[in-house]
Design a protein around this ligand. Structure first.
Ligand code: MN
Length: 521
């Protein structure tokens, strides 16, 4: 029996990034987009170009550089949004415009309260219908690939919803997105909605039905799968389920549910390269500064760990007793030795190309220097190490106000941890020394002293990238100032140095945003 393909629509860079409390730069988004391409997602929603110059730039860069997936941009049902969006997407090989509007009475009354949209609900609904059709027609001037979202479909009047869907499909929409915007749906109910749409929208066979679910009640994945079971053929979600509030449907869970339970989802399949799931999850967690909980399905650190005695015993006798998926299927724990200190630039470039990274000469040179330093200490360098070095390099801002030039920390049992630092500030060098509760605390105090910056420390975490006692440590620091959060990262085989670098990196990001904001004023 031939299976129907489920289109996997990734919105990590749009719905996901929106909620992370930090904005990714275009270069970082590009690297995530490259990884999503290796994962073989079908559509990448790269951003909402009309929302900010940064989003516009990210969508433009991804459109120019990424080949394979369809690149998609979000718009409201407003002419200017669509014009801005198509300009950002213009260089993409294949692109999609994702436009739409709120269709529930709650959304219409809230967003279109003004009398110019009509005095009664009936009049307002007629205006909204017209705006929806116009938005699709305008998008059609630029592409045949048009997705229409009927925001808050779940709470909309059914007759009106069917009417809107019929009209936008007639106008040229090729995908209709039925979002559970508020995460309110229950699987049976949401599946029923998709089934009813298929039964009641006369031209529905001319469009693909897409599901877009939120996890407010922990049912985003279950709702998405209920949609698939009832005829939806596109699933929207994010890596690790990041997104507004409780997040979106986690792509890795949707994909592995369909893959593992092919007996149940026997009519469909996805084109995802599941072996890239784990690596993608790590990259997104690192770049957004949102670590994955250890018990998270599919990609959590403990997702494949068996600890209770009975389970371990059973597992050792026969894996299938307690294991429904193989860790290697999702690329878990794949650490191939790739390179050593004897590897030259050529070998490094070759391996990076195999991993899918395209670096400029300058980026390659910097990466090579970092690689040598790591290879020297670590002997064997794994793909994961390289990935972290690269994301650390491209994460670095072009303008570095502060540079950590020297760090010395003394600590031990019975001594007061002390740190001294030298920080380069343009042509100047500032030194400072401080004590603290621990070595990292002492280093941070000294950095505050030297830079004169004292943001609030929100969180701090460190992880070993690969195994072994010389493993690369990657520190992630969140600081805040005036209600804005900034994330910094640092990588080193020395965890104190990684921590100090991460802190300086976060301060650099903060200062750069503050300078930009004061220029605009
Ligand atoms: Mn959403």
């Amino acid at each position: 029996m031939s299976k129907e393909k489920i289109t996997i629509f990734d919105t990590t860079l749009r719905d996901g990034e929106q909620a992370a409390g930090t904005r990714l730069g275009a270069r970082e988004k590009l690297e995530i987009a490259r990884q999503l391409t290796r994962l073989k997602v079908d559509v990448i929603e790269a951003g909402f170009p009309a929302s900010s110059p940064e989003d516009y730039e990210a969508v433009r860069l991804i459109s120019e550089q990424i080949e394979g997936p369809v690149i998609c941009g979000l718009t409201r049902a407003i002419a200017e949004d669509i014009e801005t969006c198509q300009k950002a997407l213009a260089k993409a090989k294949r692109f999609r415009i994702h436009t739409g509007i709120g269709v529930s009475e709650i959304h219409i009354a809230g967003k279109f309260a003004d009398d110019k949209y009509g005095k009664t609900m009936g009049e307002k609904q007629a205006t909204i219908l017209k705006m929806a059709v116009e938005a699709v027609k305008r998008s059609r001037q630029y592409t045949d690939d048009i997705e229409f979202y009927a925001e808050d479909s779940g709470r909309a009047d059914r007759t009106y919803l069917y009417k809107v869907l019929e009209a936008v499909i007639e106008a040229g929409a090729t995908v209709v997105n039925i979002p559970d915007t508020t995460g309110y749906a229950i699987p049976e109910q949401y599946g029923g909605l998709i089934r009813d749409i298929r039964a009641n929208v006369p031209n529905i066979d001319k469009a693909v039905i897409s599901v877009h679910c939120h996890d407010d009640l922990g049912m985003a994945v279950a709702n998405s799968l209920a949609g698939v079971k009832n005829g939806a053929r596109q699933v929207e979600g994010t890596i690790n389920g990041v997104g507004e509030r409780a997040g979106n449907a986690a792509i890795e869970e949707v994909v592995m549910a369909i893959h593992t339970r092919r007996d149940f989802f026997d009519e469909v399949e996805t084109g995802i390269n599941t072996r890239e799931l784990y690596r993608t999850s790590r990259m997104v967690a690192d770049m957004l500064g949102m670590p994955v909980p250890a018990n998270k399905a599919v990609v959590g650190r403990n997702a494949f760990a068996h600890s209770s005695g009975i389970h371990v015993d059973g597992f050792l006798k026969k894996r299938e007793t307690y294991e429904i998926m193989r860790p290697e299927t999702v690329g878990f724990g794949e650490s191939r030795v790739v390179l050593t200190a004897r590897t030259g630039r050529h070998g490094l470039r070759h391996r990076l190309e195999e991993m899918g990274y395209t670096l400029s000469e300058e980026e390659l040179e910097k990466t090579y220097e970092r690689f040598l330093a790591v290879a020297d200490k670590k002997k064997e360098v794994f793909d994961e190490d390289l990935a972290v070095i690269i994301s650390d390099e491209i994460h670095v801002l072009t303008e570095q106000t502060y540079e950590l030039q020297y760090l010395h920390v003394a600590c031990g049992t019975g001594t007061l941890p002390t740190a001294s630092v030298k920080i380069g500030i343009k042509d100047e060098i500032k030194q400072a020394a401080a004590c603290g509760d621990g070595p990292v605390d002492a280093a941070y105090e000294a950095i505050r002293e030297a830079t004169g910056q004292a943001p609030k420390l929100e969180s701090y975490s460190i992880r070993a990238v690969t195994g072994g006692k010389e493993a690369l440590g990657e520190a992630t620091v969140k600081i805040s100032d005036n209600g804005r959060v900034y994330i910094g990262r640092g990588v080193s085989t020395d965890i104190i140095e990684a921590s100090a670098k991460a802190y300086v990196d976060a301060i650099n990001r903060m200062v750069s945003v503050q300078e930009k904001t004061s220029e605009q004023k």
